[in-house]
Design a protein. Structure first.
Length: 420
């Protein structure tokens, strides 16, 4: 996959930096690992606080609401920052705000109450929102527009790597009495983990600040050779449908992660919360493998075909999960992660295709759709409290129906060609 650009071949006359863009792409991809780790820890903290602070499933969902609420509220300001100051400033700003959020976990742990953790999570997620708005958009435009789904799937593979390590770290630290005691107790263990995260993020921010990250011209990206002015985003049905689909997909992903440990421990006799956290890492492995597999498959399979197929498969799998079959439902839930792997990146690329000068704004709105993570956790938690975790998984099944439809029909709405 070539990611070299030449200003002489840029439609519309906007200059793109000549030369090899693999270095900038590598820096952008590294950011995906950071928010993957933060997200992987989030789902473990959900169960951890249920156990240590004696809160209900529905109340614990406020962690997810804080995390994804930040995306809902701040994606548009993040997009404005990106337009005003560029990719490098956006990435560094996101990293530094995320580091502040991680540091806030230290006094929150000392307080020993749930609400301060919710506030700290919101600040952490605010930084990740700025970071993701910048990095997702940067990866999307660093090279041939036709290869954008591949680049985003490759970058999201490193996000999946972070998601994999999150439950491993959380399970080994938060659900191991021996480790927790060795670190000085539950409070101290949280402070150490998030203190180290803050330190690592600050160091990476300093490296990025000194790196060369060229600003690429976007007015032509995804446009056509005629230089025609694109219609407003509200009149781009494939984009509008893409934002809605992305919000519902993220809602499904977040709900699945939030109640994964509850589901597997209820449907696998004798399974501990720590073992459930490690099983969540198995799901993350499937997510990681799925991302690399999708990157390869997209060389031969159209993104829309892949998205439709994966959406249908996940509808079936989540219905099996909802059936509450001993050991079978947990295994089906692990398999769901493999088929979720390509959804965010593919919906993002399909939804922002052909938008020309509106690409940056469209990208920030597509990142804003990550705020859809607030949609399912609370209702799933309430259903879980009343009827059991299995029934709650009917909600993600409904979301995957929409994902399958978007690949089949929605991504082609209003577009003149079927290139996507």
């Amino acid at each position: 996959m070539s990611i070299e650009t030449d200003a002489a071949h840029t439609p519309g006359g906007l200059a793109k930096p000549a030369g090899n863009l693999r270095g900038p792409l590598a820096f952008a991809i590294a950011c995906f690992l950071i928010w993957g780790l933060a997200y992987g820890l989030l789902d473990v903290l959900n169960k951890h606080f249920q156990d240590t602070l004696s809160i209900s499933h529905a109340d614990s969902a406020w962690l997810q609401i804080a995390y994804f609420g930040a995306y809902l509220l701040l994606s548009l300001p993040a997009g404005m920052l990106l337009n005003a100051r560029g990719y490098k400033f956006g990435i560094v700003t996101g990293l530094m705000v995320a580091a502040v959020g991680a540091l806030l976990f230290i006094p929150a742990a000392s307080a020993g109450a749930f609400l301060p953790f919710v506030g700290s999570m919101f600040v952490l997620a605010a930084g990740l929102c700025i970071l993701e708005t910048s990095a997702d958009t940067y990866v999307n435009v660093l090279g041939d527009p036709a290869r954008a789904p591949q680049r985003l799937n490759l970058a999201q593979s490193f996000n999946a790597l972070g998601v994999f390590f999150g439950p491993l770290i959380g399970g080994a630290v938060f659900f191991s009495p021996t480790t927790t005691e060795a670190l000085g107790g539950a409070t101290r263990s949280i402070q150490i983990v998030y203190g180290l995260i803050a330190l690592g993020v600050v160091l990476f921010a300093l490296v990025v600040w000194r790196a060369r990250l060229p600003e690429t011209g976007l007015a032509d990206h995804g446009g056509d050779e005629s230089g025609a002015v694109a219609k407003p985003l509200s009149q781009q049905p494939h984009f509008v449908a893409g934002v809605i689909t992305q919000a519902l997909y993220i809602g499904a992903q977040v709900g699945i992660g939030a109640f994964f440990i509850n589901l597997v421990t209820q449907n696998w006799q004798g399974l501990s919360s720590q073992s459930g956290a490690f099983m969540l890492s198995l799901g993350a492995i499937g997510y990681l493998v799925g991302r690399f597999a999708a990157t390869a498959l997209l060389l031969k399979v159209k993104p829309r075909t892949l998205l439709t197929t994966y959406g249908v498969v996940n509808v079936i799998l989540t219905l099996v999960v909802a059936a509450g079959i001993d050991k079978v439902s947990p295994i089906a839930l692990i398999a769901v992660f493999f088929f979720m792997s390509t959804m965010f990146a593919t919906i993002f690329a399909l939804g922002t295709a052909g938008l020309g000068a509106a690409t940056k704004k469209a990208s920030s709105l597509m990142v804003m759709a990550i705020g859809g993570g607030v949609l399912l956790p609370w209702p799933m938690g309430k259903i879980s409290d009343l009827y059991g975790a299995n029934i709650a998984f009917l909600l993600p099944a409904a979301c995957f129906v929409v994902v399958a439809w978007y690949g089949w029909k929605g991504a082609g709405l209003g577009l003149k060609t079927e290139a996507n």
